[in-house]
Design a protein around this ligand. Structure first.
Ligand SMILES: NC(=O)C1=CN([C@@H]2O[C@H](COP(=O)(O)OP(=O)(O)OC[C@H]3O[C@@H](n4cnc5c(N)ncnc54)[C@H](OP(=O)(O)O)[C@@H]3O)[C@@H](O)[C@H]2O)C=CC1
Ligand SMILES: CC(C)(CO)C(=O)C(=O)O
Length: 332
């Protein structure tokens, strides 16, 4: 099996780097300064276990890769970049005949719940991954993950019934496990991802306010979560049972590494890097969309979605607005 990591940022870098460090066949797809750094110095991955530096082959896009029947396409771009990435890879020929969309599995190593739907529109075989991996893009060529006792827990399963061969899923989980990650396989992975979506509603709070830890930011995050739960219930969507969620998380700490305590999650990192876009349309925006479809008001997620999008577009840094201001806006 060869792992083609499409989007070698924080999550893609950690997963691809650990796989390469374990001797697995990996191709790192990246762009800009990250691609230059990977080509000149390789990729450094630091976890609580230690640091590895790996030098797998790199690619700027599908034009640089001769696809093989044993390839797995691992989508690790932010959700707003999913459609472009899928379209770029879908119609590429695979050795022996057929296209990537017909023959190769896609793994959505992403937050949110709409990447799988986008992938299933084009690819026949889609693996969903619930990513518990506190990963940081430190600088070009360097990433880290602070989870303990393993860097991350990556729960995987078919994104749609019968869309994934069971042997392939087991082999993929085996490679992740060999890389030092935990990779439980489950038939109800989308229920795990909807539960994770609820946690990720606070990503925008952290990015906008710089923290989720003070009282007002905590209240904002709690209200976003309550709206999310009401919407998912109204939509009849199955969310992972809280007891199962807590048990699965019991011995796993989503910590940051020493010296990186001041860093934040993926949306916070988007603002710090000034990438100009943020994932809120696919996180808080998913709740807003479902709220509209099922007539459940979502004022808190709507404010977070709009404010996060504006903050990214104006290159605002984390902490540009207080939670009190946002709470007042949600009141109308
Ligand atoms: N970071 C974390 O701790 C966690 C993140 N996640 C989820 O994982 C996903 C990835 O997040 P994260 O790793 O933080 O994001 P990053 O922004 O760190 O990494 C994504 C990378 O993909 C690159 N990219 C985008 N489009 C393409 C493309 N078409 N071809 C090649 N490279 C591309 C980006 O380049 P550029 O910078 O130029 O845009 C960037 O380097 C998101 O869904 C996120 O929510 C889930 C759990 C934890
Ligand atoms: C849970 C968390 C915050 C881990 O970093 C995450 O999923 C993210 O950064 O998007």
């Amino acid at each position: 099996m060869r792992h083609i990591i499409i989007g070698t940022g924080a999550v893609g870098g950690v997963i691809g780097g650990l796989l390469a460090g374990a001797g697995k066949d990996v191709v790192l797809v990246a762009r800009g300064r990250q691609l230059e750094a990977l080509r000149t110095g390789g990729l450094e991955v630091t976890t609580a276990v230690g640091t590895v530096r790996v030098h797998p082959p790199t690619a700027a896009g599908p034009q640089d890769v001769g696809l093989r029947p044993d390839d797995v396409l691992v989508l690790a771009v932010k959700s707003q970049d999913t459609a472009a990435a899928l379209t770029a890879w879908a119609d590429r020929p695979v050795d022996g005949g057929g296209t990537a969309a017909e023959r190769l599995p896609v793994v959505c190593a992403q937050n949110g719940v709409d990447n799988e739907r986008a992938a299933l529109r084009q690819f026949a075989s889609v693996i969903a991954m619930c990513v518990w991996l506190p990963a940081t893009y430190l600088e070009p060529g360097r990433v880290s993950a602070g989870g303990t006792p393993v860097p991350g827990v990556l729960t995987i399963g078919p994104a749609a019934p019968s869309s994934v061969d069971a042997d392939l899923l087991a082999a993929y989980a085996g490679d992740l496990t060999a890389a030092g990650l935990r990779a439980p396989v489950t038939a109800d992975v989308m229920a795990w991802k909807y539960r994770k979506l609820l946690s990720n509603l606070a990503n925008a709070v952290e990015a906008l306010c710089g923290t989720t830890r003070d009282a007002a930011a905590g209240e904002l995050a709690a209200r976003a979560d309550a709206e999310g739960r009401a919407v998912l219930q109204a939509a009849g969507i199955v969310v992972l049972d809280e007891a199962v969620h807590d048990a699965a998380r019991a011995d796993f700490m989503m910590s940051r590494l020493p010296g990186q305590e001041g860093t934040g999650g993926s949306s916070w990192q988007s603002l710090v890097r000034g990438t100009g876009s943020i994932e809120a349309d696919h996180l808080n925006g998913e709740i807003v969309l479902l709220g509209r479809l099922h007539a459940v008001p979502t004022p808190v997620n709507a404010v977070l979605q709009r404010r996060a999008r504006q903050a990214a577009a104006t290159r605002a840094t984390p902490g540009s607005v207080t939670a009190d201001v946002l709470l007042r806006e949600t009141a109308g």
